[in-house]
Design a binder for this molecule. Structure first.
Ligand SMILES: [Zn+2]
Length: 460
């Protein structure tokens, strides 16, 4: 695989004319909507109107049509979005792990150095910047005991309180919404609109089956009527989060300094299995275990009216590129943050980036409920091809995403040439990206790692 650093000089040349003219936004809001698979958003082609607010925002900015998370697990994916590092590099490869390092740069720290007030308000306790080891946040508000998660209304309140105190100051804020993560419990309006016709029983036990369908089904497959109701509730939950988006955008605009237009960065940390592969893989609903597109393809939208887009970018990209793209766009080609690349030219001119392979990792399972999860799994997307490779229990899977977007026809035998090429690319990537475990716990090791990254131009 071609290292991203080889492309850097070309990119700097391509960006300079556009980026030198970019101003700095007075307000930047990063909104992550948990568990939102791209293909269930109306703006991404879904047949139901689940995301009118996001679609409207996207039309005024840049929408990445084929964006992938780095790992379909909440903490690792968010740490990648904020550091630009792969999970195996930042060390958070499952929920609850911490990056034991205060030297790894973050998007928040980058804005802080430029004089922005910085804050994180999240809907889950384990997404506390302190607990993840993410530096650069002046303020954070996460749910605490006795409840460790909260609905969007309880997220909006501290967002509003912090913004009210900014009084003309520039700010960067990360807001995390838990909906549509299971249990699927949409607001009544959206439950009625998307799920009611599939709900056959209002008994509490049935309600639980609809809103908390199992992840590991083994041979007890989830019946079709339950699947339909659960998918309806999931869609309703997406619409619920979408309605919260409207209120967040309103708050951001209200409190942007001098009435300036805020920059919005909106993405999800991973998608969701909706029982498509329960018979073949033993996985019903949920995420983390599989690397098919429904679990790893996510929305990613960046807007800043008058400065960005409008454009739709179809080249496959990774959320790893988020910090490099934002810093690259605002900083005219100075060293980028993290291991990802800058897609600044896409923001400034709508230019399609050079197609580069996208790598997706799978989380660590300490005590896997399924045998197939004992081994590591990796995927590489090299348009139009995608290879999913598991260490031992399953053979490789090769798909052509254009001809077969649902990833059903494994072409390993028919296209041995492509398999060989992508296999070698993954080998090369693995060799260049050693696993850093357990987090950055040893200062000496950390320094060595950072030195390596610096020598590659990945760290300032
Ligand atoms: Zn998540």
């Amino acid at each position: 695989m071609r290292p991203a650093r080889l492309l850097a000089p070309l990119f700097v040349l391509a960006l300079c004319s556009a980026c030198q003219q970019a101003r700095e936004p007075g307000a930047v809001m990063l909104i992550t909507i948990d568990t939102t698979r791209a293909d269930h958003l109306s703006g991404y082609g879904y047949e139901l109107p689940t995301s009118p607010v996001l679609d409207g925002i996207a039309r005024r900015g840049v929408r990445f049509e084929n964006a992938y998370c780095t790992m379909p697990t909440t903490d690792p994916s968010h740490v990648s979005m904020l550091t630009g590092l792969y999970p195996r590099t930042h060390g958070v490869r499952m929920n609850g792990w911490k990056m034991h390092d205060d030297q790894v740069d973050t998007l928040a720290a980058w804005f802080s150095r430029r004089g922005y007030d910085t804050a994180a308000v999240t809907a889950r306790a384990h997404l506390s910047p302190d607990d993840l080891g993410l530096k650069g946040f002046d303020f954070s508000d996460v749910p605490g005991p006795p409840k460790y998660e909260r609905v969007f209304g309880d997220v909006l309140a501290p967002v509003g309180r912090w913004l009210e105190k900014r009084a003309g100051r520039r700010w960067f804020m990360w807001v995390h919404l838990w909906e549509p993560h299971a249990p699927y419990r949409p607001a009544p309006l959206y439950r009625k609109r998307f799920a009611q016709k599939f709900i056959e029983s209002n008994k509490p036990r049935a309600q639980r089956r609809y809103s908390e369908p199992p992840t590991y089904v083994r041979k007890r497959l989830i019946p079709d009527d339950i699947v339909r109701a659960s998918v309806g509730l999931y869609d309703g939950d997406i619409a619920t989060a979408d309605s919260a988006l409207a209120r967040l955008v309103g708050l951001a605009r209200l409190h942007a300094p001098d009435g300036s237009e805020p920059m919005f960065i909106i993405a999800s940390d991973h998608g969701e299995s909706l029982a498509e592969r329960q018979a073949e893989k033993g996985i019903g609903f949920g995420h983390g275990a599989l690397l098919y597109d429904e679990v790893v393809k996510v929305p990613w939208v960046v807007t800043w009216e008058g400065e960005i887009g409008p454009a739709v970018i179809s080249t496959p990209v990774s959320l790893l590129d988020m910090p490099g793209t934002i810093t690259g766009f605002l900083d005219g080609g100075r060293p980028l943050l993290g291991q990802g690349r800058s897609l600044a030219a896409a923001l400034s001119s709508g230019e399609e980036p050079v197609s580069e392979p996208v790598i997706i990792e799978r989380r660590v399972y300490k005590k896997p409920p399924l045998r197939s999860l004992r081994q590591g799994q990796l995927a590489i997307v090299d348009h139009p091809w995608k290879l999913i490779r598991t260490a031992r229990f399953h053979g490789p899977e090769l798909y052509n995403l254009v001809d077969d977007p649902e990833e059903r026809s494994n072409l390993v035998e028919e296209r041995a040439d492509v398999l060989g090429r992508l296999d070698a690319a993954l080998d090369s990537w693995v060799e260049g990206h050693p696993v850093y475990e357990p987090g950055f716990s040893e200062p000496a090791e950390l320094e060595k790692k950072l030195e390596d990254l610096r020598s590659l131009g990945y760290v300032d």
